[in-house]
Design a protein around this ligand. Structure first.
Ligand SMILES: Nc1nc2c(ncn2[C@@H]2O[C@H](COP(=O)(O)OP(=O)(O)OP(=O)(O)O)[C@@H](O)[C@H]2O)c(=O)[nH]1
Ligand SMILES: [Mg+2]
Length: 261
């Protein structure tokens, strides 16, 4: 299990934009910065329980498209060229710091093999983000992403889930081959309302940027949900008990004596 602390000093929007790993049309959120309410809440240390939260992220897609390698490249900075099928599910914890606030992702690596699918699908529930993976060198794996999305959404609320469509093994495709499949992938991502990324676990291209993006968007969604939930109460406000406000000890004794009457 991964316990490294990934500081995110560079998650401000400008940074994403300068790297620009995804096309604008395929971005879920094209704004350049974190929501201003989120930034203010973080500056004022008023993010409620977000700092204690662990966000569940599920990674789905056909067998051998590279789900496990993608996660291992990010969490362990390793790459294994030998294929070892995931049996059921596996998970990694990754800790981040976003805008100064600790935030954790629980990455659920699921099996793509048909015979393990029913075990894996029991872990789909309660995901905050769904990462649907395909191999950019395998058109069929892109076609199958619709089915993976449908299955993942049976267990989750589509209105609150962040979706990512990720093409892997970019290192294996020529620019001409890649641009062909990219067109279809971008179209499909738009249809799914997912954000499209292309990565390589072998070279590491875009892997960190991608997971930073997942962490940042999940974090932002969490803070916004916390701010909504709080309603009139201001998130992070401290309820102060002064020594002169009331004698809590006397009160509790009174209560006790009442109940014994
Ligand atoms: N060249 C290249 N090979 C990759 C890349 N990612 C994964 N592979 C290879 O593809 C094969 C399958 O990778 P896995 O990550 O195990 O695939 P998976 O999607 O987890 O497969 P299941 O667990 O069966 O669902 C392995 O042989 C990897 O070495 C990549 O970015 N580039
Ligand atoms: Mg696997």
């Amino acid at each position: 299990m991964c316990s490294c602390w990934n500081a995110l000093p560079h998650t401000e929007g400008q940074h994403f934009e300068s790297r620009h790993p995804f096309t604008k049309e395929a971005a879920l959120h094209t704004k350049n910065e974190f929501n201003s309410r989120v930034k203010t809440a973080c500056q004022e240390h008023k993010t409620g329980t977000v700092g204690f939260k662990i966000s569940k992220v599920i990674v789905v897609g056909d067998l051998a498209v590279g789900k496990t390698c993608l996660i291992n490249r990010f969490c362990k900075d390793t790459f294994d060229k030998n294929y070892k099928a995931t049996i059921g599910v596996d998970f990694e914890m990754e800790r981040f710091e976003v805008l100064g606030v600790p935030f954790s992702l629980q990455l659920w690596d699921t099996a793509g093999q048909e015979r393990f699918k029913c075990i894996a699908s029991t872990y789909y529930r309660g995901a905050q983000a769904v990462i649907i993976v395909f191999d950019v060198n395998d058109v069929a794996s892109l076609d199958h992403t619709r089915q993976w999305l449908q299955d993942a959404m049976k267990e989750n609320d589509p209105s609150s889930v962040l979706l990512f469509l990720v093409g892997t093994k970019k290192d294996l495709s020529s620019p001409a081959q890649y641009s062909q499949i990219e067109q279809d992938a971008v179209k499909l991502a738009e249809e799914m309302k997912a954000e499209y990324w292309a990565v390589s676990a072998l070279s590491g291209e875009n892997v960190r940027e991608f997971f930073f993006r997942v962490a940042s968007l999940s974090f932002e969604a969490n803070v916004l949900a916390e701010l909504e939930k709080s309603g009139s109460r201001r998130v992070g406000d401290v309820v102060r008990i002064h020594s002169n406000s009331s004698n809590v000890y006397t009160m509790s004794r009174k209560k006790q004596s009442n109940c014994c009457k």
